[in-house]
Design a protein around this ligand. Structure first.
Ligand code: C5P
Length: 412
């Protein structure tokens, strides 16, 4: 099936040279099965003729807020309600500013106020305009909104000859993000609406000297997938992550850390407002007793590095008087059940998710299987989530957590 089959999309074009790339975006949307209504600002028409978009979409291009012919057919309020997704590409600095402040002086901006559909914005402007503090303040404000998503701008050469951030993202990328937004929307049932979920992910890095370190194998994929799944269910998500090579989910409050001690400090600062804490991070259990300022020289045949224990973040959260629902992960090479249950009890957890790791399993892979253990009525309950893509597993885990624990939490 086409990924946008019968999805209704408003493609709004504002006045920048990148408007010509929106014709390609329109083609891609239509190829994926979408029905697209193009809306243009007056200045957009200076760059591309409406007839181009009309020919590609098969629909009259809309521009005027007070277009009596159009209002007789589909009025602008109806148009706003019709859409499953609105994309603004390109979005100029002027249009971004208007949306931020709720202006509605043309059809595009009025639709932004009227539509409940998610809004995907692809900014495009001169790099100086993009870097301007006012534009940056506007973008920061917009990106905090639950239903607004930003794509780009990209880095590179600009039509004006400058170079920097300001190029409109490539149409293929905008298309992919639009598909992702709609997919996430359809799978959400708002199970974690108004909940605050705190998640740790990725490895921690413990420096030996400026070039060597101790770490654990971890891609961060499971933790990031859980963060995305929680966002899809309407949660506010704080993600405290060690260095990884994957893209952070949009809408998370992101905290980048390096060492276990930094992760510990950050988690304890945020945890008071969390309803649920999920520790997926592969925290290094030990760190070098001291970090050398200069690179160690290989002067001897043997080298001994003294390691000292890192704080146990999960155990410290579980020991708090006002602890959130606390969920740990256990990556084991053998005896999964026995080790997982021991950890559940020893660390005073509400649930533990265990998985087998080894050369062919767990690490860096896109799929996994999980064994869940939790207490209920003085007994240990268990459930197996069979081998599946980490994104599917994350959704199943979030549903289990939401149904088993968060129903009883009072929201302040
Ligand atoms: O004790 P162990 O490392 O096997 O426990 C694994 C669980 O504890 C994981 O959820 C991991 O994120 C968490 N953990 C932690 N701080 C540590 C070590 C592990 O939060 N220092």
């Amino acid at each position: 099936m086409l990924s946008l089959n019968n999805k209704k999309i408003i493609l709004a074009v504002s006045g920048g040279i990148a408007a010509y790339k929106s014709a390609l975006l329109l083609r891609l949307l239509i190829k994926q099965g979408a029905r697209v209504q193009v809306v243009m600002t007056e200045s957009a028409k200076e760059f591309v003729a409406p007839l181009t978009f009309q020919a590609l979409s098969g629909e009259i291009v809309r521009s005027d807020l007070f277009d009596s012919a159009a209002e007789a057919g589909m009025g602008h309020i109806e148009l706003a309600q019709w859409a499953d997704l609105m994309i603004i590409a390109p979005a100029t600095a002027n249009t971004l500013a208007k949306i931020t402040h709720g202006l509605a002086d043309n059809l595009l901006t009025a639709l932004c106020l009227t539509s409940k559909a998610p809004l995907l914005i692809a900014p495009a402007m001169n790099q100086q305009m993009w870097n301007n503090t006012t534009t940056q303040e506007n973008v920061t404000k917009l990106s905090k909104k639950q239903s607004i998503f930003l794509c780009g701008p990209a880095l590179g050469e600009q039509a004006c000859g400058d170079s920097g951030y300001g190029r409109m993202e490539e149409p293929q990328k905008i298309l992919q993000q639009g598909i992702k937004i709609l997919e996430n929307q359809t799978i959400s049932s708002g199970l974690l609406k108004d909940r605050h979920i705190l998640i740790t992910a990725g490895p921690t890095i413990e420096d030996i000297d400026p070039v060597r370190y101790v770490t654990n194998r971890s891609s961060g994929k499971m933790g990031y997938a859980i963060a995305q799944a929680a966002i899809n269910e309407g949660a506010r998500v704080s993600l405290v992550s060690g260095p990884v090579c994957i893209e952070q989910p949009q809408k998370v409050e992101f905290y980048s850390i390096r060492s276990a001690r930094q992760m510990h400090e950050t988690v304890l600062k945020i945890v008071a407002s969390a309803d649920v804490f999920i520790a997926t991070a592969a925290v290094a259990d030990y760190r070098p007793a001291s970090k050398r300022i200069q690179k160690l020289k290989k002067n001897s045949e043997n080298l001994t590095i003294e390691l000292i224990k890192n704080p146990d973040i999960l155990a410290d959260v579980a020991a708090l008087a006002n602890k959130p629902v606390t969920i740990g992960f256990a990556a084991e090479t053998n005896d999964i059940e026995a080790y997982a249950i021991d950890k559940l009890k020893r660390k005073n957890l509400d649930m533990i998710a265990a998985n087998q790791v080894g050369d062919a399993k767990g690490f860096e892979k896109d799929d996994n299987e999980l064994y869940l253990f939790w207490h209920k009525d003085n007994e240990i309950q268990s459930k197996k989530l069979p081998l599946a893509d980490k994104q599917i597993l994350a959704k199943q885990l979030i549903e289990e957590i939401a149904l088993s624990f968060t129903q009883d939490i009072n929201i302040l």
